[in-house]
Design a protein around this ligand. Sequence first.
Ligand code: MRU
Length: 347
Amino acid sequence: MRTVEWHDGKVRLIDQRLLPAEFRVVELMDVEAVARAIREMVVRGAPAIGAAAGFGMALAARESPAHSRDGLLRDLEDAAAILRAARPTAVNLAWAVERVLRRVVEEQDPRRMREVALEEAQAIADEDVATNRRLGEIGAAVVPDGATILHHCNTGALATVDYGTALGVIRAAHEQGKRIHVLVDETRPRLQGARLTAWELQQLGIPFTLIVDNAAGHFMHTGQVDLVLVGADRIAANGDVANKIGTYKLAVVAKENGIPFYVCAPTSTVDLSLRAGTEIPIEERPPEEVTALTLMGRPAVPEGVAVANPAFDVTPHRYVTGIITERGIAYPPFHLTLPPLVKGGTR
Ligand code: MRU
């Protein structure tokens, strides 16, 4: 099944908090439940939360008791605010919400408005799969046969509606018969690498080795990495990239060691309204995500310690070799190459 889908008037999600121990599907019936699922990371990954938010808007349209166009629009604006507030960094969330709203306001009849909300949400989900397949094919060109690829977080089918972005590039290279090996960063504190990327690669039969985050520098410095591939949650107009915490460190070490560092993201992740990465809001997540660690069945952190838990960091564009999108690869200077790539589309 897809990571996010509409089924029988409900939003269906794979509960990613439970993987790999348990594969459980949850069904959500109202917009508050969708916002909670995004906040609590039942669904996570920029494109996946965008698709979930799109369907959340469709649910809100159905739920609204409004009979008038204005009443329905007011309810949808309220739903949009709830969804936008769920997680601040990934721009795909706000992008999907705006896209559904924009489509709905084109209509006059409330019944038709409810229909197009769902049609647009479904289009966002369907396009995501097609986008990722194109992105994967384009990106596979930069993966040499025999390459060892360092990968951070989870950017696979689970982070999208299906197929994945950086992991989609890896998957496409593998499907083309290239012999590749993936070094999978654990990705503390939520272990998206160890739990989700490892699970996906295992199912795809792509060879990989799990490493702790702290080992990545060692592998790069000792010549054991040919390429770094990561996803993105928001990319500013100048090519600065917000992605999972730890990405910045990887980019700096990659440059120091002459290793290409590519960011793989759909154009919906590029936010041309922001000039630079300093303007990207960085989500701070609950301290319990860090302190919940156990070792030999016992708490690994003393009680009451102060914790900082930023979920993302910003990699300045000077560390980025290229940005792989479904419309081609942007190379520096990004402030000149990214905007035309993004604006080249229909939406
Ligand atoms: O906190 P998460 O798990 O939602 O963070 C996910 C990432 O940082 C991914 O790299 C990014 O969303 C791109 S996923 C295709």
